[in-house]
Design a binder for this molecule. Structure first.
Ligand SMILES: Nc1ncnc2c1ncn2[C@@H]1O[C@H](COP(=O)(O)OP(=O)(O)OP(=O)(O)O)[C@@H](O)[C@H]1O
Ligand SMILES: [Mg+2]
Length: 498
């Protein structure tokens, strides 16, 4: 006795009907036109009656330029787990820097899937379209596809929720499996290397409450697709990280990328020629990415452009002069700084809104006060995070990380010194680097205490020096004022005598 499963039966019925259609196509020309028309109509009805399945084909390459279809690759990834369980012939691909293996079904295999209690089938296949024979080589043009088959009574469920589920799951698995990348721009092109920065929030030396606040903000953002869609805002978030050099701004960005599993696009503004190039670069940034513009205050003269323009306009209005022809130097200056503040602003909010979401933009600066308020207003840079000198709490994270200790007799002294003097986490970390093999915590902490005492001494001397300079300036100012007053007095007495 032969047991036919639903899927097998469908295949058999399908092949019988397909054979019939083939024979019909061969011989239909011998039938009179009217009869042929009727026969065709009835055959179609019979076909639909005995063949209650709907079939959807997803081709690997689509469009005129034959781009690889995103749907095809999501389906391939989605099917990888059921393929590895069900298919007999599999294809293997190594991803994540040779660290994991992704399996997909080979051509002409079929696997079943279930969704909300409904069974459906995915089959893989290929069409060999062209075979060109050149003198020695044979070129075959293979077009792969996946075919989804399901009973017509489930049409709504499959075409809507099921396919959405497949595409979403496929994308999510792909993101989990991907090797993350660090992109940098060379002019208007992105090039990448593998992103392997080990920074995490655990190893980041900042206060626990601030750390929690940043983590919560990032996680909430990454899970708020529906919220952003509902309120009609682009799904993006801007962070401004500011603070002195060596306080962990770049390290925080790496920790953010590692937490969210995003790629990093490090945008070097000074090598971008103009606003058009900038727009092009930003449009190319895909979702689940962090765009970083480091040292925004130094990148371009973005800070003063608005002000300068205003000043120029005012000057023009005041004396009514016509604009002078530009000198060669002015022309050259204009050419080298063609990305403008408004260009950057437009690219950041205008265009991003138009091309999907789940992107984060981060600006860093050492001098927040130098930035144009328009650049960092909420809505563009939604969250301003200050990274500052090392507190005792931050030091304890570093000590745990570098020396694997939570307590030490020198901790109290270090706590006092950190309150009295300013030292960046980068400098503290440098003292905690191993000085011997194996590393000795006492040696490192003593080096830190010494460093802090020196820094305290230097700060004291600097303060005294500043106070002295101020006193001298004040004395000079008083002397000048007295001298001027005397001169005036003399003048008055001379004019009185006259
Ligand atoms: N808060 C921190 N937590 C852990 N490590 C830190 C921290 N701040 C600095 N460091 C250490 O100091 C080094 C320099 O830090 P980082 O490059 O992140 O500073 P930055 O604020 O970006 O400085 P810059 O303004 O000069 O770019 C890092 O390699 C890191 O090891
Ligand atoms: Mg940095």
């Amino acid at each position: 006795m032969i047991h036919l499963q639903e899927g097998d039966m469908f295949t058999k019925v399908g092949s019988v009907i397909a054979s019939f259609m083939f024979v019909w196509a061969m011989f239909k020309q011998y039938f009179p036109y009217e009869l042929r028309d009727r026969l065709e109509k009835y055959t179609q009805r019979a076909f639909t009656f005995v063949y209650p399945y709907i079939q959807i084909t997803f081709h690997e390459f689509t469009g005129e330029r034959l781009m690889r279809s995103e749907a095809y690759s999501s389906i391939e990834t989605y099917l990888s787990s059921s393929s590895s369980m069900q298919a007999k012939r599999l294809k293997a691909e190594v991803v994540k820097n040779n660290q994991s293996l992704v399996l997909s079904m080979d051509d002409h295999e079929e696997v079943a899937d279930h969704f909300n209690g409904v069974k459906l089938w995915w089959a893989s296949g290929k069409n060999v379209l062209k075979t060109q024979t050149l003198s020695f080589y044979q070129i075959t043009d293979e077009k792969r596809y996946y075919k989804l088959r399901f009973h017509k009574k489930h049409r709504e469920l499959i075409i809507g929720p099921y396919l959405n589920h497949v595409l979403k799951e496929g994308k999510a698995i792909k993101i989990k499996n991907r090797q993350r990348k660090l992109y940098t721009n060379n002019g208007s092109y992105w090039s990448h290397v593998v992103f392997e920065h080990p920074a995490t929030f655990k190893s980041l030396a900042i206060e626990a409450t601030k750390k929690k606040e940043i983590i919560d903000d990032l996680i909430t953002f990454s899970q708020s697709e529906e919220f952003y869609a509902r309120i009609g805002r682009a799904w993006k978030r801007g962070y401004l990280l500011y603070g002195p050099p060596g306080t962990g701004k770049s390290t925080l960005i790496a920790a953010m990328a590692n937490l969210l599993n995003y790629d990093v696009y490090d945008l070097e503004l000074t090598s971008v020629k103009n606003n058009t190039e900038l727009r092009k670069l930003l449009i190319e940034v895909p979702y689940k990415s962090i765009v970083v513009i480091e040292d925004i205050d130094c990148s371009l003269d973005l800070t003063g452009q608005r002000k300068k323009k205003k000043e120029k306009e005012e000057m023009g209005n005041n004396n009514g002069n016509e604009e002078k022809p530009k000198t060669v130097k002015e022309e050259r200056d204009d050419r080298s700084s063609q990305v403008t503040l408004s260009g950057l602003l437009n690219s950041v909010d205008g265009l991003w809104s138009a091309c999907g979401g789940e992107r984060i933009i981060v600006f860093t600066t050492n001098f927040i006060e130098k930035l144009d308020p328009a650049l960092i207003r909420k809505g563009r840079m939604d969250k301003h995070i200050e990274l500052s000198y090392c507190s005792f709490e931050a030091f304890k994270v570093l000590a745990n990380n570098y020396l694997q200790i939570d307590t030490h007799q020198l901790f109290d002294k270090i706590s006092d010194l950190l309150e009295e003097t300013k030292m960046t986490p980068a400098d503290v970390a440098e003292h905690l680097m191993p000085k011997t093999v194996p590393s000795n915590a006492d040696v490192c902490l003593e080096s830190l205490v010494e460093g802090l005492q020196m820094a305290k001494e230097e700060a004291k001397l600097k303060k005294e020096e500043e106070a002295r300079e101020k006193a001298e300036e004040a004395a000079t100012a008083t002397a000048t004022a007295n001298g001027e007053a005397k001169l005036e007095e003399n003048k008055d007495s001379v004019s009185g005598k006259e």
